[in-house]
Structures are given as structure tokens and as C-alpha cells.
Ligand binder design. Sequence first.
Ligand code: DGI
Ligand code: FE
Ligand code: FE
Ligand code: FE
Length: 188
Amino acid sequence: MNREQLLAAVKEQVTKHRYEHILGVVETAKKLSKRYGADKKKAELAAILHDYCKFWPEEKMKRIIEETPHIPSDLLEYDKELWHAHVGAEVARRELGIEDEDVLDAIRYHTSGRENMTLLERVVCLADYIEPTRQFPGVDELRKLAKEDLDRALAQALGGTITFLVKREKRIYPLTVLARNSLVKPKK
Ligand code: DGI
Ligand code: FE
Ligand code: FE
Ligand code: FE
């Protein structure tokens, strides 16, 4: 499928509001790629597909997690919001014919992050936080920081999510902690 066909496929899976978000992530990921030297084509592809499974029924996602050996099954013990990323990568490969492992990883880790994220993964994950339709306290500061320091901006974004989860008495997926730690330099 080409870009237009993939966008049309995504549009059928999500709400109008979510589709606007996805177009925002595409534009932001392209800008960040230019700024930091990531592969613009790969970033665009991952951005188009990153939330493909966002509204899939819980049971359907659970089944895919259980039956796919390389999807970590401990995801089922954490917030359901984490599931669409891993399931999305699997569906992109199986149903949409995406074979590029860099792109699949950028989809797979766009929510949780992971230790030592690739440049492409960092670009897509940060674009997801700061695209133009996103609104949360501190987002403008984060957009500014994103122009100056990719890793500090992403560390701040993940830190915000960790704080948000703690306030709601939710569990934190360990990869999110590892992602943030690997982006923050140890204090001397
Ligand atoms: O799908 P989006 O809304 O565009 O954004 P996303 O894929 O980054 O999902 C973010 C949601 O996931 C956010 O509301 C927080 C929730 N979440 C739940 N547990 C975790 C988590 N996010 C991270 N990074 N780590 C978690 O352990
Ligand atoms: Fe997402
Ligand atoms: Fe995200
Ligand atoms: Fe998203």
C-alpha cells in the first residue's frame, strides 16, 4: 500500500479527532526528523500507523498479545493504554505488509518507550506528545524544548506520564522507567 492507501486504511479504524491527531504526528515527526537527522520516510510511515489499533476491542488486543510469542505477555498486567502500540506493530506487519523493522519498532515502542531508544523511536514518541492538537499543562514548554534537545524533551514527556500514572495510583510499565533513565544523564 502507498501512503494514501495507508492513510485511508487508518481513517477507517479511528475517530475523526484521532485521525487529526495522527496527521499532526505525521507533520511533527517529519519536522523532528529534519531537525535531528532521522529517516523522514520511515518516521512518516510509523506516524501514520502508530495508533492504528487505538480503538480495537480489549478482547481482540488481549488475544493477539496472548497468541504472539514476541509480544511481552506482562503487558496484560499493566494499563490497557499500552496494548495498542505492540498490537499495532503486529497488525501493521501481518495485515498492512510493513516489513521494515525500524518502522515496526517505532510503532511498537511509541507508548511505553524502551531503554536506549533509536533516533526514529524517539522522534515518533516525542511527536506523539507534542503534535499541534495535543493539549496538556506544559505542552508549549515541551514544544520549545523539542526544538533544542530531543532527549531532554522526551525525558520530560515520559516524566510527565510517570507523574500522571502515579497520581492516578496506576502501575508504571518498567520499559517507561528504563526509557526515561537512559535519556537522563547520571548526575556527577
Ligand atoms: O495513543 P495516544 O493517546 O496518542 O498516546 P500514547 O500511545 O502515548 O498513550 C499514552 C497513554 O498511555 C497515556 O494516557 C498514559 C498511558 N499509559 C498507561 N500506562 C503507561 C502509559 N504510558 C506509558 N508511557 N507508560 C505506562 O506504563
Ligand atoms: Fe498511541
Ligand atoms: Fe506517546
Ligand atoms: Fe498517538
